[in-house]
Design a protein around this ligand. Sequence first.
Ligand code: CTP
Ligand code: CA
Length: 226
Amino acid sequence: ENFARKNLIFYKKKILITAGPTYEPIDPVRFIGNHSSGKMGFEIAKASEKLGADVTLISGPCSQKLSHYSSIERINVMSSEEMYQAVIDYYHNNIDIVIMAAAVSDYRPETISKIKIKKNEESFSLPLIKNKDILLELGASKRNQFLVGFALETNNEEENALKKLQQKNLNMIVLNSLQDKGAGFSYDTNKITILDNKGNIEYFDLQTKEKVAENILKSIHEKIKT
Ligand code: CTP
Ligand code: CA
C-alpha cells in the first residue's frame, strides 16, 4: 500500500483549487452571477485526489458534488470577496500548487440594498465597482508555489492568454476555447490550450472535462519536474 501511494505523482502535494461562479449580492434576494457550472474545477479536484494530493477546494455556489468518502476539504463561498478571503487564508499554508478554475465576477454592486429594491422606476442603473483580482495578488506574493490560471477568450485568444500569464506572474495558463460547439460553460466537454511561462504551448482536442482535468495535472507534473 505504501509503495503504491508513493508512485502517485502528487503524493502529499498540497493543492488549492477554486471552482464555480461567484454571486455578487444586489439586495436580500438578488445577485449578479455567471453560467459557470463548477464542473471543470471539481474534476480537477477529484483527479488531484486520485493522484495522491492533499486537496482543498474552494467553491462558489454550484450543484457539483464530491463523493461522501472523498478526503477533499471543501469550502463553500458566495461572493468574490469571500472567495478572496478563503484563498488568501490557505495560500500561505504551505500550498504547493494553486489552480484558479473559478469564474470570479469582475465587478460587484457598489452598495448592497438592505431591503428588496422595488420596481418604482421605468429605468434603473446599478453602479458597479471592480473586484480584487485574486490571482494577480497571489502572483505578486508568489514564493515557490506553482500558479495556474484559466482564461476564457473570444478573440486574439493566445495573445490575450499570454498577457494574463505574464501580468499575473503565473507558471501556466489554461486557455478555454469557446469556438468549438460543445466546449465551455455547462457542457461536459472542453477544448483547451496550455501555455506556460517558458514559452511552451500545447494543443488538445475536444475532450470530456474528466480527461481535460487529467491532462492539466499531467502537464503541471511535467513542468514541476523540469
Ligand atoms: N481571476 C481572479 N480574480 C478575479 C478575476 C479573475 O483570480 N477577480 C482569475 C480567474 O479565476 C482565472 C484568471 O484570473 O483563473 C483569468 O480570468 P479571466 O476572467 O479570463 O481574466 P481577467 O483577468 O478577469 O480579465 P478579463 O475578464 O477582462 O478578460
Ligand atoms: Ca474576468
